[in-house]
Design a protein around this ligand. Structure first.
Ligand code: FAD
Ligand code: NA7
Length: 445
């Protein structure tokens, strides 16, 4: 019997288990599918943890999500094509739910497809190698229960461990003498900690934008955002401003490239993450920056040097859950032999074509079109149910315009489902005024 290992039970790993289960229900022989998850529950980043640093077992904490995190894109852009929001919540809900609501949705489909039985929780994958003689992978895992290592053979391995967990932590002159807290966004948990403080944030992407906004929303006295390359340029609310690159610190005072300086109490490094997979043999290990089309992955999924190895969700992400689904259906069909992987040269040429197009991508609208076409391409390869992807593309474009119009108001907008057409109602309280991020408050106010 063929054996497939899935590493991680976050949105990607759960999408993979779901994809196999759909095939099994249709009568396919999917062999044995085993998922290893180092945390004690599923949901990946959406499974909130208060912990930072090391987990209870001495491993790095996976979670990077924080309190008061509302979806930063319309939920309609990530809807599972085969499990609409209407089905899960029994009626329309607003377009920008908080984390707990999206966690509930992700887990809802996983419960419906009854995949928990395939997951070994509290089990960390420590090593993955490929044995040329047996043409199988050797996967070494450690169970936290007894701390024993065991090695099992698998015909296919699907890596779904995410890439927003290992922080990229730069150092600037003066950090070592700064008389306040310096942390990476990976370790940020509760904005209330910074109430009344003057905060410096480094970075100009999603984490910088969101952590700046919510720090101010929950009471920071001022937030200064320092960009390295390009400012975000939103119409920031009073108390938030953008300045050029940090040069150095002198005591509490941060000095910037335009010659200005600010006294700050704490520094949050929203400087992104590393694709870091120390548990994979270097020969099999994806090494890439955070971009929309990593090298060496055919269709963004199949490891060209050994197509029995696949990676999910390794791209930078506009699309999330529905893209993960489309990838998982492809990975499943490669395992089942329903999709034939072409020769290495053909795969390399295909990757070359995508990356050549990516080199010409300029700006967010091009990026949205690029990833839309990528997902569209994936969907031609499997029977993942159709959804109105042109509508999703338009939603992303509108969302970008909404953010430019009001960075504090874009989460109050309403979008139509690409699966059911249902339009999300306006939230009962505008996002800027809403402090309670609980599911109960969001759904049952
Ligand atoms: P993850 O969610 O990271 O899950 C990976 C799983 O693999 C984890 O459960 C982990 O414990 C497990 N794992 C890792 N290593 C091992 C190992 N060695 N052995 C066993 N198990 C292992 N997306 C959106 O659509 N909307 C948002 O609003 C949004 N906000 C975000 C906010 C933050 C702060 C971050 C960091 C990301 C956000 N994202 C958002 C993007 C997010 O990447 C995806 O939504 C999604 O969580 C990715 O799923 P994944 O399964 O690839 O990875
Ligand atoms: P991103 O999107 O990878 O962005 C990383 C940011 O960090 C980006 O603005 C970089 O600036 C900046 N950066 C990187 N290194 C440095 C140094 N040394 N100094 C200053 N600035 C630096 O990561 P995010 O955490 O924002 O987002 C990741 C996910 O989390 C995303 O999916 C969200 O949904 C939540 P650059 O433009 O390269 O100059």
């Amino acid at each position: 019997m063929s054996r497939t290992a899935i590493i991680g039970a976050g949105p990607c790993g759960l999408a993979q288990l779901h994809a196999f289960e759909q095939a099994r229900l249709d009568g396919a022989d999917v062999g044995e599918v085993v998922c290893f998850e180092k945390q004690s529950d599923w949901g990946g980043l959406w499974n909130y943890t208060w912990r930072t640093g090391l987990d209870a077992h001495g491993d790095p904490v996976h979670g990077s999500m924080y309190r008061y995190l509302w979806s930063n894109g319309p939920k309609e852009c990530l809807e599972f094509a085969d499990y609409p929001f209407d089905e899960h919540f029994g009626g329309p809900i607003p377009s920008f739910p908080p984390r707990e609501v999206l966690f509930d949705y992700i887990v809802g489909r996983a419960k419906k497809s009854n995949v928990r039985q395939f997951i070994h929780f509290d089990t960390a994958v420590r090593d993955i190698t490929f044995d040329d003689d047996s043409q199988a992978f050797e996967v070494t895992v450690e169970s936290y229960d007894d701390r024993r290592l065991r090695t099992e053979a698998f015909d296919h391995v699907i890596v779904a461990t995410g890439h927003f967990s290992t922080p990229n932590v730069p150092e600037y002159p003066g950090f070592e003498h700064f008389p306040g807290r310096i942390l990476h966004s990976h370790d940020f948990r509760d904005a209330v900690e910074f109430a009344g403080k003057d905060l410096l944030i480094l970075g100009s992407s999603y984490s910088a934008e969101d952590i700046a906004l919510q720090s101010r929303k929950y009471g920071a006295r001022s937030v200064t955002i320092s960009y390295r390359t390009t400012p975000m340029g939103f119409g920031w609310p009073e108390g938030i401003s953008e300045v050029p690159a940090l040069q150095h610190l002198q005591g509490r005072t941060a000095h910037f490239a335009d010659g200005t300086g600010r006294s700050v109490d704490a520094i949050i490094l929203c400087t992104g993450y590393q694709h870091h997979f120390p548990f994979i043999d270097p020969e099999l290990r994806l090494s890439t920056t955070n971009n929309l089309y990593p090298e060496r992955l055919y269709k963004g999924v199949v490891w060209t040097a050994n197509p029995k190895l696949m990676y999910l969700g390794m791209q930078d992400q506009y699309y999330t859950f529905n893209m993960f689904d489309a990838q998982a259906f492809l990975a499943r069909d490669v395992v089942l032999g329903r999709v034939e992987v072409p020769d290495r040269e053909v795969m390399d040429a295909d990757i070359g074509d995508w990356r050549a197009r990516y080199a010409d991508v300029a700006g967010v609208m091009d990026q949205i079109d690029f990833q839309t076409d990528y997902v569209r391409d994936l969907m031609t390869m499997t029977d993942y149910p159709a959804f109105d992807i042109d509508l999703v593309r338009r939603h992303f474009v509108d969302w970008e315009h909404d953010k430019d119009a009001s960075i504090t108001g874009y989460r109050d907008r309403c979008f139509a489902s690409p699966c059911t057409g249902t339009v999300g109602p306006a939230p009962h309280t505008t996002w800027w005024d809403e402090l309670d991020d609980s599911l109960a408050r969001f759904l049952h106010h």
